[in-house]
Ligand binder design. Structure first.
Ligand code: AMP
Length: 450
């Protein structure tokens, strides 16, 4: 976190019902991005926010939007949202919608979320009733616009969230189709964790005299973390993990996986081997998740196995090790994950277990952190085959993120999918779809079904 003056939410001039909700939720102090962004947005500035998930950016844009819509004299209309938040994945869309409902529970505004992979009836019904803030993934948004269930001509505030991830997931074409459907005069908020050239250009076409707000997450922390890679065959991964965790009762290890079922499988295997562990992921109840986190924080269990989404917002002190049981295909997640150790000046260890299939993800990570991670061969399951496996081109690896969008592999414009229009013809996409839904785990499996 930046060294900023201590400011409280009440200093930010938000309307009373929002402050009341924040108190109820338990937010005491605004995060740096909130401190910087909220006053600017309340003053009507377009905003370029360089921040990743975990910084509190959702509240940074939701709170001033709710404040504005509550005060504005414009009225909610059927099928014409007053604010649009565009976000790349269904998980993020759901999360933002949940946050809106929490923050705005004392306001007479309505919030809806639309994404692909599910039936559209309920979504259409809500749109008909009239929505103040609509959270959407690009594919379903365009789909419903084409079917004339939705019109963007009344959008007063437009948010493009996780722009760089949109690019990675092949949504650029969809975004470029959506932009002209918005009114020319509007308030724009643009968020991205990184600013590659194409995203810079996109920001320039959307934003008008923006104010820039940047929060650098754990970039410096990375240097304090002892990082290593262990190459291993897929069949040996669990055994290697058990080997690493056995006899290390003093350690507090966070293990990251990509899929919910893998989280369960890994945690069960650890428990069978006498290693206190629990798993958290999206399918667990809030109660079960809280219990797992409490057990881990208090040292009753040494290991917490988590998916990225489930681990968000969890702040646990004293994590000594982060193990990437599976690497994320979103390289930035790596920085975020390993930043969970080495908090508050402490040092920490980050170990990534990498199969031949995951070498391209590793290459992506090394590109993002601008360093080579050292290989630790001093382990019983080291695999030369994995180490020497060919890396798929980074671009091709990125394309696999398309598996992020879940749900039935419907094709064609009328389908229910979240897929970017431009991705339909891609051979990677075809390949991925076949493998994803053929039931066989492979390199092209969806990597983010959390
Ligand atoms: P985000 O980056 O928006 O995904 O937020 C990350 C996590 O931080 C979420 O679980 C939020 O509920 C939580 N959060 C956001 N702002 C605050 C705050 N000011 N105080 C405490 N928690 C917060």
């Amino acid at each position: 976190m930046d060294n900023m003056e201590q400011v409280s939410f009440s200093d930010l001039n938000l309307i009373a019902p929002l402050n009341k909700a924040l108190k109820r939720i338990g937010y005491e102090t605004p995060t740096p991005i909130q401190q910087k962004a909220i006053p600017l947005v309340l003053n009507g500035h377009d905003l370029l926010g360089i921040a990743q998930t975990g910084t509190g950016k959702t509240a940074a844009f939701c709170l001033p939007i709710l404040d504005h819509l509550h005060k504005s004299t414009t009225r909610r209309q059927s099928q014409r949202p007053r604010s649009l938040i565009l976000t790349p994945t269904r998980e993020l869309a759901i999360q933002i919608h949940e946050n809106l409902r929490e923050y705005g529970s004392d306001l007479s505004l309505t919030y809806s979320v639309i994404f692909g992979g599910v039936g559209q009836t309920k979504q259409v019904k809500e749109l008909r009733r009239g929505v103040d803030v609509l959270v959407a993934t690009p594919g379903r948004l365009l789909d419903l616009i084409q079917q004339r269930y939705l019109n963007l001509d009344s959008v007063e505030v437009f948010v493009l969230d996780e722009a760089d991830r949109m690019l990675d997931m092949g949504f650029m074409r969809d975004i470029k189709r959506i932009l002209p459907m918005l009114p020319k005069k509007r308030h724009n908020l643009f968020f991205s964790a990184t600013m590659p050239k194409e995203i810079q250009k996109l920001a320039e076409t959307i934003l008008v005299r923006p104010k820039k707000v940047e929060v650098t997450p754990q970039a410096t922390t990375v240097e304090k973390i002892d990082q290593s890679v262990m190459f291993v065959e897929k069949k040996d991964k669990l055994n290697l993990l058990v080997h690493l965790l056995k006899d290390n009762k003093k350690q507090k290890t966070l293990v990251f996986v990509e899929m919910k079922h893998v989280a369960n499988k890994v945690s069960e295997k650890l428990v069978k081997n006498g290693i206190g562990s629990s798993a958290i992921h999206g399918n667990k109840t809030q109660g079960a998740r809280q219990k797992a986190i409490k057990d881990f924080s208090q040292g009753n269990t040494n290991v917490l196995v988590a998916t990225d989404i489930a681990s968000r917002g969890i702040d646990i002190d004293g994590i000594t090790h982060v193990i990437n049981y599976e690497l994320s295909n979103i390289a930035e997640s790596y920085v975020h994950r390993i930043g969970r150790t080495a908090r508050a000046g402490a040092s920490g260890k980050a170990i990534s277990l990498v199969t031949g299939d995951e070498k391209s993800y590793l290459a992506n990570v090394e590109r993002v952190i601008k360093q080579k991670i050292s290989v630790d061969k001093d382990q019983p399951y080291h695999s030369d085959v994995a180490e020497n496996a060919k890396t798929t081109k980074v671009g091709a690896a990125k394309k696999k993120i398309e598996g992020d969008r879940r749900g039935p592999s419907r094709r064609g414009r009328g389908g229910n999918s979240n897929k970017p229009a431009g991705a339909k013809k891609s051979s990677v996409r075809k390949d991925g779809a076949k493998k994803n839904f053929g039931g066989k785990r492979s390199q092209a499996k969806p990597r983010a079904a959390k």
